[in-house]
Design a binder for this molecule. Structure first.
Ligand SMILES: *Cc1c(COP(=O)(O)O)cnc(C)c1O
Length: 399
């Protein structure tokens, strides 16, 4: 199919909910992808942080195809082995107590919200049901996770949303203190706000919020859907913040490219959702869990995470010196590039594609979420495209 036909057919049969770039990928290997015409790209997006081991990693493909050829699904009416292995790997590598599997980030956050509501009711009465989130956060697209999302633009057109969510500005401890007034059963935070523009929270602030939560028996719930599974250079970003959450959600990079979400709960919260209170037809799917097991096994390998941190530092350093760049922020291989005034992130992404590299955006920033396995050579090629694009755009702006 030629590219014009692809666009025409997509528009004819698929709801127009996405502003897509002019690109149709057909295959990939690690951080390199090819379009339908055979043109090659370095991928600094990994499908929005999903292909944690890159495209078609050999170990991952073998694990997933083996499971697909053995038992692809049975439902949660029965036991299967892959979900047990994946949950065990998550618990043993984090010290969390129990896992619930679902299929996406939004669904994982829905599960966390249900734990919080039930915990509040059980321990502090039925009026303890509010969940405090942050302004500028992003937690998903379902009506409840939209309510949790502290960005009004996402709320428009879909009112009424689920009630019982309060959002306070990040970094404002007084506002958090006031919101935790006995009506709140949980706080839900991203440690680095992803969709909100790659905004890392301040460590002292997060630790102070964790203290408040502990003092008032409010659950600390971390949305690590984007920051989790090695993205920031540690298995979960909270390790770098020195806090111990009650609930952690994961999704994006967990399955290495298959849909899976997970709610991790500590000893205090692992038993809150008892039999019959939650479920998912696809949750714990054997093929998705086989993918997750392979991802977790590889991340636990010697030097894997420290190499993610090293590559992240290298990229930050290189990009900081490029034309048109005001600031590079983020953690590990979750980076946001603040451009100088007059330069547009969408232009950088569009020109990137023309020049053979894939970059993401977040608000007005260029966002990079390369596969964790990107090689130094791939990284170098991608950085060179970025430099070329920024130089060109800078010139056009000055002209
Ligand atoms: C992407 C994302 C979500 C939503 O995940 P979906 O799989 O798209 O439902 C939730 N929270 C954060 C922090 C995210 O980055």
């Amino acid at each position: 199919m030629d590219f014009e036909t692809v666009k025409q057919q997509s528009g004819r049969y698929v709801m127009d909910t996405y502003a897509r770039f002019d690109l149709c990928l057909v295959k990939g290997k690690n951080a390199t992808a090819w379009d339908e015409s055979g043109k090659q790209y370095v991928d600094f997006g990994s499908g929005i942080g999903v292909n944690s081991l890159g495209y078609c990693d050999e170990g991952w493909t073998a694990a997933v195809t083996k499971q697909a050829c053995t038992l692809q699904h049975t439902s949660n009416l029965y036991y299967t082995l892959p979900y047990i292995e994946a949950a065990k790997a998550l618990c043993e590598s984090t010290g969390m107590d129990k896992v619930f599997f679902c299929n996406s980030g939004a669904e994982a956050n829905e599960g966390a919200v249900k734990i919080a509501r039930r915990y509040g009711a059980l321990h502090h009465g039925k009026d303890c049901r509010n969940i405090v989130t942050l302004v500028n956060s992003f937690h998903g697209r379902t009506l409840t996770t939209l309510a949790a999302t502290g960005q009004q633009v996402f709320h428009e057109h879909f009112l009424p949303l689920t009630e019982g969510f309060v959002s306070v500005p990040a970094g404002d401890l007084g506002a958090m203190d006031a919101a935790l007034d006995g009506s709140a059963c949980a706080v839900l935070l991203e440690l680095v706000q992803g969709e909100g523009g790659v905004v890392p929270l301040d460590k002292e602030y997060v630790q102070a919020v964790a203290d408040l939560c502990r003092q008032r028996d409010v659950l600390l719930m971390l949305d690590e859907v984007q920051t989790g599974v090695g993205r920031t250079g540690t298995l979960f970003a909270y390790e770098q913040y020195g806090v111990k959450p009650n609930v952690v959600t994961a999704a994006k990079g967990l399955g290495g490219g298959l849909p899976i979400g997970a709610v991790l709960a500590d000893e205090k919260t692992g038993g809150v959702l008892s039999r019959g209170l939650h479920g998912s037809t696809f949750g714990g799917n054997p093929v998705a869990c086989a993918g997750a097991c392979e991802v977790l096994k590889r991340l636990a390998g010697p030097g894997f995470l420290s190499d993610v941190a090293r590559k992240g530092r290298l990229m930050k350093q290189r990009i900081s010196a490029m034309p048109g760049v005001k600031e590079v922020r983020g953690l590990g291989m979750m980076l946001g590039i603040v451009l100088e005034d007059g330069l547009s992130a969408v232009d950088v992404a569009a020109k990137g594609i023309q020049n053979g590299a894939i970059f993401l955006t977040a608000k007005t920033l260029v966002r990079l979420l390369p596969p964790l396995t990107i090689t130094d050579e791939e990284m170098e090629r991608g950085l060179q495209v970025l430099e070329t694009v920024l130089t060109q755009l800078q010139k056009e702006k000055d002209a």
